[in-house]
Write a protein that binds this ligand. Structure first.
Ligand code: RIB
Ligand code: CA
Length: 313
C-alpha cells in the first residue's frame, strides 16, 4: 500500500514533537509533504524553531518546514508555557536548528499542496489551534473538497476542558478557526481529550523510551518527564497524556482506535464556554454528522507501535 501523503500542522509542544517523530519514523505509512508551524503552545517563532529541532532530532532535515499564522483569527493568542515550559520543548537539552525555515507562508504551502496533488490524496494533520487550516480554507475555498481527510487533535466531550472548565486548548485558542473547519464539510477525524487522556506515559512506558538509548528515545523520555507535571498535578494522572501522537498513530494503525460518527459544533459566542466542542455523542439532536469522534484506544498497542517506531530513528 502506498504511503499516505500528509501535512502536519503543529505547535510544538512536547507531545507535538512525539507525533512528528512517529510520522518521520514511518515512511512506509506516511509521506510527510511538509510541516507548518502555528502559534499555540508558545509563540510562532518558537513553534517554527521547535519543529526544526524535532526534524533534526529525527535526522530528517529534508522535510520542508514553514511558518504559518502567528495569532488566532479573531482574538489574542493564549499560550501554554505553564504546561510546556518557556521554550515549548522543555526537558531535553537539544541544539538550535541549522536547517532553514522555508520562505513561503505555511498557509500558501497548504493551498499549493492541495491544488498540485490529486484530489482526495492529501491528509491534513492539525496538532494545534486550527488557524492555519481555517485561513487556507478561507483564502482558497476550492481546496476544501480536495482534502482527503482532516485528522486533528482537539476538543473533548466526557473530559470537558483542560484550559478552561469547558474547553480543550487547541480549540479554545482559536474557536473561530475551529468553527470554520468543522462547518466546512471536510471529512474530519477528531482525537479529543476523551481518548488522549487514555494514552498515558506511565513509568514503565517512559522507561522503555529511555531504554532505546538513542538520542530520540532519550529526548522523548526527557520531554515526558517534564511534560507530565501538569497533568499529574491537575488530574492525578499516571503519566503524561500523549495527545498529538494519537493523530499520527491513527494514520498508521486506525484499528487501535474506536469512536462514533457524530455532530460536533464549536461554541464561539459565550465567554463562559468559549471553544467548547459540543459533541452529540448520544445522538440527542438531528444535527448533521460531521466528524468521527474517537473515544477509546488500545493503549498498549499504541505504546508498542510508538516505541518500535522511535527505535528506528
Ligand atoms: O490540549 C492538548 C493540545 O494542546 C495538544 O495538542 C498540546 O500540544 C496543545 O497544543
Ligand atoms: Ca499541539
Amino acid at each position: 500500500m502506498t504511503a499516505r501523503k500528509i501535512i502536519i500542522d503543529t505547535d510544538p509542544g512536547q507531545d507535538d514533537a512525539v507525533a512528528i517523530l512517529l510520522a518521520l519514523a514511518s515512511p512506509e505509512d506516511v509521506e510527510v509533504l511538509g510541516i507548518t508551524a502555528v502559534a499555540g503552545n508558545v509563540p510562532l517563532e518558537l513553534t517554527a524553531k521547535n519543529t526544526r529541532i524535532v526534524c533534526e532530532l529525527a535526522g530528517k532535515v529534508d522535510v520542508p518546514v514553514y511558518a504559518g499564522c502567528d495569532r488566532p483569527l479573531g482574538r489574542d493568542l493564549v499560550t501554554a508555557e505553564h504546561v510546556h515550559g518557556k521554550t515549548g520543548l522543555d526537558g531535553p537539552n537539544l541544539p538550535d536548528p541549522t536547517m532553514p525555515l522555508q520562505d513561503q507562508h505555511g498557509v500558501d504551502f497548504i493551498i499549493d499542496m492541495l491544488r498540485s496533488n490529486e484530489p482526495g490524496t492529501v491528509t491534513l494533520c492539525p496538532l494545534g489551534p486550527l488557524t492555519n487550516i481555517a485561513t487556507a480554507f478561507q483564502k482558497a475555498p476550492d481546496i476544501v473538497e480536495r482534502v482527503q481527510e482532516v485528522v486533528l487533535m482537539g476538543g473533548a466531550y466526557f473530559e470537558v476542558g483542560n484550559i478552561t472548565p469547558a474547553a480543550e486548548f487547541n480549540i479554545y485558542v482559536d474557536p473561530e478557526a475551529a468553527d470554520i473547519v468543522f462547518k466546512s464539510g471536510v471529512s474530519i477525524v477528531v482525537m479529543p481529550l476523551d481518548v488522549t487522556h487514555k494514552a498515558l506515559v506511565t513509568k514503565p512506558r517512559n522507561d522503555a523510551f529511555r531504554a532505546l538509548g538513542t538520542p530520540a528515545g532519550i529526548a522523548v523520555a526527557e520531554m515526558t518527564d517534564f511534560f507530565e507535571r501538569y497533568d499529574k498535578e491537575k488530574y492525578g494522572s499516571a503519566g503524561a497524556p500523549l495527545h498529538d501522537p494519537c493523530v499520527t498513530a491513527y494514520l498508521i494503525r486506525p484499528d487501535l482506535f474506536s469512536g462514533r460518527h457524530i455532530n460536533v459544533e464549536i461554541e464561539t459566542s459565550s465567554e463562559l464556554t468559549m471553544g467548547m466542542t459540543v459533541a452529540d455523542w448520544w445522538g440527542v439532536t438531528d444535527r448533521p454528522t460531521n466528524a468521527l469522534f474517537i473515544g477509546d484506544l488500545n493503549a498498549d498497542g499504541f505504546f508498542d507501535l510508538l516505541t518500535e517506531r522511535l527505535a528506528r530513528l
